[in-house]
Design a binder for this molecule. Structure first.
Ligand SMILES: [Zn+2]
Length: 250
């Protein structure tokens, strides 16, 4: 039950309608405790509100709180949405872009749960779960022909807009979209052995992407053969961490 949760910007959840859309298409796979109203998750990094299957990301939310809340709720997979600016000139407002790689330019956000721990040098090749990313792209493509995969996401703090010179630089580096949200969430999810993939929505367009998330969740195979659930196996084998993930982050 409840293997897949979503992380969605708060402004993309317009209230009860979105919640109905989320749960109706998800095959009834509600996580434990997810009633029809809002659920408040308490974490060591702050509170997180859940509506339906969606954990709400606000500008103030600590990314560790979102990933901790997903893990605490029993999720094994997280599908996330974020807005992004187009860096590639081929992209248009409203396009759905599923990144496959990351350039991390965040400076103000916590990149790890394991500060000073001496473990957690996790593999980030690839930085998103390839199985989830494939499902997310398939679901996005069902929704619109303007859905793309294999993009490189430039992760920013989101504290200001990018400058024209910065966008030119990102383009020369091979970036396709730039935005805040998916980084460092993807790294933090890997540290807690969660599968994580995201889709970005280009520009300020209002695209109802939530049904696509529910569709993607339904397409994710249960016995998936990605390494995400064993991301910390090395530290476990060395005896650096035990089985209880809550003690890893403490
Ligand atoms: Zn995975």
């Amino acid at each position: 039950m409840g293997e897949t949760l979503f992380i969605v910007p708060e402004d993309m959840i317009p209230g009860g309608c979105a919640e109905t859309a989320l749960t109706a298409d998800a095959g009834g796979a509600r996580p434990p405790g997810a009633a029809s109203g809002a659920v408040l998750h308490e974490t060591p990094y702050g509170k997180v509100t859940q509506r339906g299957l969606a954990l709400l990301r606000t500008a103030e939310t600590d990314p560790r709180a979102l990933i901790y809340a997903a893990k605490q709720a029993g999720a094994t997979a997280v599908l996330a949405v974020a807005r992004a600016e187009a860096v590639s000139p081929l992209l248009e407002p409203g396009d759905l872009v599923v990144p496959g790689d990351v350039i991390d330019l965040t400076r103000l956000l916590p990149p790890t749960f394991f500060v000073g721990k001496g473990y957690g040098f996790i593999r980030l090749d690839p930085p998103f779960c390839p199985v989830l990313a494939a499902a997310l792209f398939a679901a996005a493509r069902e929704k619109t022909p303007r859905a793309f995969r294999g993009a490189t996401y430039v992760g920013l703090d989101g504290s200001r807009e990018t400058t024209p010179a910065e966008r030119r630089m990102y383009r020369t580096w091979g970036g396709d979209v730039a935005g805040a949200g998916l980084v460092p969430e993807s790294f933090l999810a890997r540290e807690l052995e969660l599968c994580y993939a995201g889709v970005t929505m280009v520009g300020e367009a209002q695209v109802d992407v939530l049904p696509a998330l529910a569709r993607a969740a339904a397409m994710v195979p249960h016995g998936r053969e990605c390494g995400c659930r064993r991301a910390m196996a090395g530290a476990r084998v060395q005896g650096l961490i035990g089985e209880d993930w809550r003690e890893w982050v403490g």
